[in-house]
Design a protein around this ligand. Structure first.
Ligand code: ZN
Length: 84
């Protein structure tokens, strides 16, 4: 995560107009990025490109999504072991 300067914030705000939010997401006014309503973790990150003159705001998994994914993988692993 990079520091949110005024320049970065302007890029985030420009990109925010194109963003579609899921029902459990909101835009955090402090940084302008998408956050999770459940854990309030960040679901979007800022990646500088071309020496920091362009910024990408890719989606990322918030902590509760990461946890859910790990649990799903663990469940699948258990199921596969159980079938043998
Ligand atoms: Zn979350």
């Amino acid at each position: 995560m990079i520091e949110i300067t005024a320049e970065v914030r302007a890029a985030i705000d420009r990109a925010a107009g194109d963003m579609e939010l899921a029902g459990d997401e909101y835009i955090e006014p402090a940084d302008g990025l998408i956050h999770c309503k459940k854990c309030h973790g960040s679901r979007q990150t800022v990646v500088p490109r071309f020496g920091g003159s362009v910024y990408f705001m890719p989606r990322c998994l918030c902590p509760c999504q990461q946890k859910a994914q790990e649990e799903r993988k663990a469940m699948e692993g258990q199921r596969q072991r159980g079938m043998k």
